[in-house]
Design a protein around this ligand. Structure first.
Ligand SMILES: C[S@@+](CC[C@H](N)C(=O)[O-])C[C@H]1O[C@@H](n2cnc3c(N)ncnc32)[C@H](O)[C@@H]1O
Length: 368
């Protein structure tokens, strides 16, 4: 089987019921290799018959032709189970998809992942909520969360540069439970957050109150930032691990451009497609988030980043960082044992791996 990069994906699929209706997706780059090509009838009917946990991975993208679009890749057992024999001849597959070795996988477009589904997911389990065993909302809890977050993601302070924004106006898109938020505020920033998850934002508010900090908070969808944000002169728009989770990712950037000063700075982290973690996810050893079933998690190539920012922001720095090196079974018990294959590496070798295959694409950009 010819191996190819995922950014060379091209999928052609017949939409349900109407064979002449062809949905042609040429996505994630301009690859020239021929990837797995699947033609499937009655896609959405089939999708309804497949359990969410049979999804091998989900992809989402936007481009001018398709708008926001997500599709799911299911494994072949699901394919065999749900496809009536009469439909089977309509399924053709050449090659494989991604790094999957199966020649029988099913790709179904999912147009219906809406913002409410994303919100419900993050409300059910806010990001980093289990970073402490102390009582949620207590001072000890918030201190533990911060300690653990910057222990396992030590690159964050160096990326956010909290001290630099003293006296400046900072807008954070997707503050989660507010770890970076309190550090911007502590450093003296005039801090504003927009967060989709009500549960997460409530914790950020109480975190600010706990530490006697002030900020402005909006429970809103960043795709519609300007519906809630009146101020249009932010020095920094910061967003760490958020934009790749929303259905219309380009809309967030368009809105961010409208509220940032012309001489402001954009600092965002997006998941990197060319990463150790993506390889592990595809091989079934990992998942994008601690909680299963993340509705949308787009993995970005550098080309996709340029497309996302096109005409709005100019990238001034794009670096990869962060390979999570700990054993998960121990990590969830608050123990930190480095996986033996990473433990065997000299630190410089591990750092080199992170620079090329880190999960976090750290993007700094200036408004155009
Ligand atoms: C992986 S968490 C990251 C949270 C935080 N930035 C951090 O580093 O801990 C993703 C967050 O993005 C928020 N989010 C997703 N889509 C959003 C949107 N369209 N508008 C605002 N927040 C959004 C989620 O509610 C969630 O809290």
């Amino acid at each position: 089987m010819q191996r190819r990069r995922d950014d060379d994906t091209s999928v052609t699929a017949c939409m349900p019921g109407a064979s002449p209706t062809i949905l042609h997706l040429r996505v994630l780059g301009s690859g020239s290799t021929l990837p797995g090509l699947l033609v499937v009838r009655q896609l959405l009917t089939l999708a309804a018959a497949i359990d969410a946990d049979e999804i091998v991975r989900r992809r989402s993208l936007w481009n001018e032709a398709t708008g926001p679009l997500t599709w799911a890749i299911y494994d072949r057992s699901a394919l065999h189970r749900v496809l009536p024999s009469a439909t089977k001849p309509n399924v053709q597959s050449r090659g494989g998809v991604g790094h999957m070795t199966s020649s029988e996988v099913l790709i179904l477009p999912e147009r219906n992942i809406d913002i409410a589904t994303v919100q419900e997911y993050w409300d059910r389990r806010p990001c980093n909520i289990r970073h402490s065993v102390a009582e949620i909302g207590s001072t000890e809890y918030f201190n533990d969360v911060e300690e653990r977050k910057y222990f396992v993601e030590p690159h964050i302070p160096g990326f956010a540069l909290f001290e630099r924004w003293a006296g400046k106006r900072v807008l954070e898109i997707g503050c989660g439970i507010g770890t970076d938020a309190v550090n911007f505020a502590r450093a003296g920033a005039d801090y504003t957050a927009v967060e989709l998850s009500e549960v997460s934002l409530a914790l950020t508010r109480s975190r600010f109150a706990t530490f006697g900090l002030t900020g402005t908070f909006y429970n809103a969808n960043a795709e519609q930032l300007t519906a809630v944000i009146e101020q249009q002169n932010f020095d920094l728009v910061y967003s760490f691990g958020v934009i790749h989770h929303t259905p219309n990712q380009r809309a967030v950037l368009e809105q961010a451009r409208r509220v940032i000063r012309d001489d402001g700075e954009l600092r965002i982290m997006l998941y990197a497609q060319n990463s150790w973690k993506a390889i592990m996810i595809e091989a079934g050893f990992d998942q994008p988030e601690a909680q299963t079933g993340c509705p949308i998690a787009t993995l970005y190539t550098r080309e996709m980043i340029d497309n996302l920012l096109h005409g709005l922001f100019r990238v001034t720095s794009a670096e990869q960082a962060h390979i999570f090196p700990y054993r998960i079974d121990k990590y969830i018990r608050y123990e930190y044992e480095v996986e033996r294959w990473f433990a065997a590496m000299p630190p410089d070798m591990f750092k080199a791996l992170e620079r090329r295959l880190g999960w976090h694409y750290l993007i700094v950009a200036e408004p155009i």
